[in-house]
Write a protein that binds this ligand. Structure first.
Ligand code: MN
Length: 293
């Protein structure tokens, strides 16, 4: 199953290029009282709702994928966990390029551990990425994103896939510079997730997915998750060793070589085998003064 969230927080099942609207199922998400349990209530309820969602999709009105604004398939992650330098060729690239490393030593994932991005940075493919600083280099990083389903803590390695709700294409956008990763990668719109949450039964092997990113048709990144230094299972176990994982938590697995700058007007075309494609635009920042309820 391929779940999309679109337009005004509608829920749909993507089949081919058509969205089957299953918004009515949202009424069946169990209500909760304060303090609401951490994580995404839809992802938490998915095992119970899935059969009904599929059935509803069979009967549902459809909308062409191209006519909607895609939001992040996960609405409310409690955290976005990310792997630094998890492809050897990206490690070598970062060590060899001062515009990436800013004179700082580039360590390995064994030395760095994981890092966290703010959940407020999360957007969908249709919302686009804002360039906040005209004078700073902003890079694309395409990554396989793992979405946690059932929560857990200190999950044994052989059980980690029992805790996966699905997979998405992820973009870990980054301002290059000397600041801490958690700042450079947490700006509004700097985590893009899409186009759909694809459940594990649709994926042959998350550690053997080819993927690529083009900017305005120019090839930039192309690799395969078989080259991950810490593979998907190891990343989940590593994260769960120290963090309690909640439904909807996102693990960005790291980017390969070929990172490069984008500017307003650019369109990033992202492809991961079996997960689909998404086009993400880079824009000038809108002027925001709004208080947010
Ligand atoms: Mn990254």
């Amino acid at each position: 199953m391929r779940l999309v969230r679109y337009d005004d927080n509608r829920l749909g099942v993507l089949r081919g290029q058509k969205i089957h609207d299953v918004n009515n199922v949202l009424d069946r998400i169990p209500a909760s009282k304060w303090p609401h349990p951490p994580g995404d209530a839809l992802i938490a309820a998915l095992p119970e709702l899935r059969a009904d969602i599929e059935e509803m999709a069979d009967q549902a009105p459809t909308i062409p994928l191209g006519e909607v604004t895609l939001l992040s398939p996960v609405a409310s992650p409690s955290k976005i966990i990310a792997a630094p330098v998890n492809y050897m060729l990206h490690l070598e690239e970062a060590r060899g390029d001062a515009a990436i490393n800013y004179g700082m030593p580039v360590k390995t994932i064994d030395e760095l551990g994981l890092f966290l991005k703010s959940p407020s940075s999360l957007v969908g493919a249709g919302e686009g990425v804002e360039r906040h600083f005209p004078d700073r280099r902003i890079d694309h990083e395409i990554e396989l994103a793992v979405i946690i389903g059932r929560g857990g803590y200190q999950i044994p390695a052989e059980r980690v896939f029992d805790h996966v709700a699905g997979y998405c294409i992820g973009l870990d956008m980054s301002v290059r510079g000397t600041e801490d990763r958690s700042w450079r990668k947490s700006l509004n719109s700097f985590t893009v997730l899409g186009p759909a949450l694809v459940t594990p039964d649709e994926i042959d092997d998350p550690d053997a997915l080819s993927f690529r990113l083009e900017v305005n048709g120019e090839p930039r990144q192309a690799s395969n998750t078989e080259h991950l230094v810490f593979d998907v299972a190891k990343l989940i176990a590593y994260a769960a060793a120290t963090y309690t994982l909640h439904p909807g938590d996102i693990i960005l697995t790291g980017t390969p070589e070929g990172v490069g700058p984008v500017v307003p007007g650019d369109v990033m075309h992202c492809f991961i085998d079996q997960l689909g494609t998404m086009d993400v635009s880079v824009t000038e920042p809108a002027v925001h003064h709004a208080a947010v309820a």
